[in-house]
Design a protein around this ligand. Structure first.
Ligand SMILES: NC(=O)c1ccc[n+]([C@@H]2O[C@H](COP(=O)([O-])OP(=O)(O)OC[C@H]3O[C@@H](n4cnc5c(N)ncnc54)[C@H](O)[C@@H]3O)[C@@H](O)[C@H]2O)c1
Ligand SMILES: O=C(O)C(=O)C[C@@H](O)[C@H](O)[C@H](O)COP(=O)(O)O
Ligand SMILES: [Zn+2]
Length: 356
């Protein structure tokens, strides 16, 4: 097992990464917990619910099951209300603990429910997609979507533990694997050129989920994300680099309708667009723009964005959380493994959009 530590003003907690970790979940339930609310969706619960319920039995605590509908289109206020209804109907109190079993959708909405319920109860992330293991379960960004923009309603709220069982990745579809790999290669592009080149060399093994390669990719991604969020929990500066590819990516998700493309697919394509913008604005070399495009293609994400008028892109991206005073701000790569966040004028953005 590997352990990565996250230390933030909002809480310190371990990320445990291991094969078979689901069976050890009881270790993360505090002794004073009154009840466990196990939040999942029908797809994940059918696969891993029994294992998790068995693992939690040794805590001798009451477990309340809350199943929410599967899909990005349900990461919204109606589903959040459904969770609150279940917590209240079952008389959960402030010492209850939420266990979020699922991908990023379950993790983000459960974390936000934990942040809001009685003004905050403890929660444990049990991520079951590659994307949620390498990214969404770590760092405490919790949220729901608004029809106008991604993750617009949310809170920074840290879990008390992240429990990663890499065995569960075996039941993922190829699209979900590709989506998770998009966030993996993102870390290499923004902070660690050596890791990026390792991803290039191991692209085939990553898409095939070769166990030792996946274990390393998950661990390294968690280390890199833990480092960034430990420096800047609430995105007052450095943390924004984790948003590379997301200004374009979130526009794709909201513009196509949530769930049409997976988040990681949109981010993969968005990173190609952000690399092209980096070439225009801060001199990323053309061969490195090509490397980004080739790697996104190699992991199986789309490389061609929706064919929209430039004004639609600008309108959608105007609701990005990094925008300030009406000015769009992007994460850009001056070189591979290094990133900056800067404002870019609309004319330059439109010039790059025209390349696609
Ligand atoms: N909080 C953050 O820092 C952060 C970071 C990145 C992404 N996100 C959010 O995460 C969400 C995307 O997460 P995702 O890609 O995990 O999507 P998801 O949660 O929708 O999961 C994708 C699909 O995989 C299924 N699934 C989950 N685990 C499975 C398993 N082990 N085997 C088979 N099927 C399984 C799910 O039921 C779903 O159908 C987006 O809402 C995105 O905004 C948040
Ligand atoms: O943790 C972060 O910070 C990130 O930006 C990670 C992203 O991969 C993730 O998609 C995040 O939810 C996006 O944040 P948002 O603030 O742009 O909604
Ligand atoms: Zn993301």
């Amino acid at each position: 097992m590997s352990v990565v530590q996250v230390n933030t003003p909002g809480g310190n907690y371990p990320i445990h990464v291991a094969s078979g970790r689901l069976t050890q979940l009881a270790q993360s339930i505090p002794a004073d917990a009154t009840t466990i609310a196990l939040i999942s969706n029908p797809t994940v619960f059918a696969l891993y619910g029994e294992t998790v319920l068995n693992a939690l039995q040794s805590t001798e605590k009451k477990v309340v099951q809350v199943l929410i509908p599967d899909g990005e289109q349900y990461k919204n206020s109606q589903t959040l209300d459904q969770i609150f209804d279940a917590l209240l109907q079952n008389r959960l109190d402030r010492k209850a603990v939420i266990v979020a079993l699922g991908g990023g959708v379950v993790g983000d909405i459960s974390g936000f429910a934990a942040a809001c319920f009685m003004r905050g109860i403890r929660f444990v992330q049990v991520p079951t997609t590659l994307l949620s293991q390498v990214d969404s379960s770590v760092g405490g960004k919790t949220a729901i979507n608004h029809p106008l923009g991604k993750n617009m309603i949310g809170a920074f709220y840290q879990p008390i533990a992240v429990e990663i069982d890499i065995d569960v990745l075996g039941t993922l579809g190829q699209r979900e694997i590709a989506a998770g790999l998009a966030e993996v290669i993102k870390y290499g592009m923004i902070t660690d050129a050596d890791f990026l080149h390792w991803c290039v060399e191991n692209a085939a093994a990553l898409t095939a989920l070769q166990p030792d390669v996946v274990q390393y990719a998950v661990q390294r991604s968690c280390e890199l994300k833990a480092y960034v969020v430990s420096q800047d929990e609430r995105e007052s500066g450095l943390r924004a680099i984790l948003n590379f590819g997301h200004t374009f990516g979130h526009a794709i998700e909201a513009g196509l309708g949530y769930g049409e493309w997976l988040h990681g697919e949109a981010v993969g394509c968005g990173m190609i667009m952000a690399a092209a913008l980096s070439a225009e604005v801060c001199g990323l070399a053309p061969e490195h723009v090509q490397l980004v495009k080739d790697l996104v293609a190699a992991i199986g994400c789309p490389t061609q964005p929706p064919q929209w008028e430039a004004d639609k892109w600008i309108d959608l991206m105007g609701l990005d959380k990094k925008a300030e005073g009406g000015q769009l701000r992007f994460v850009l790569l001056p070189e591979l493994g290094k990133s900056v966040v800067q404002a870019v004028d609309v004319t330059t953005v439109k010039k790059v959009l025209a390349q696609f």
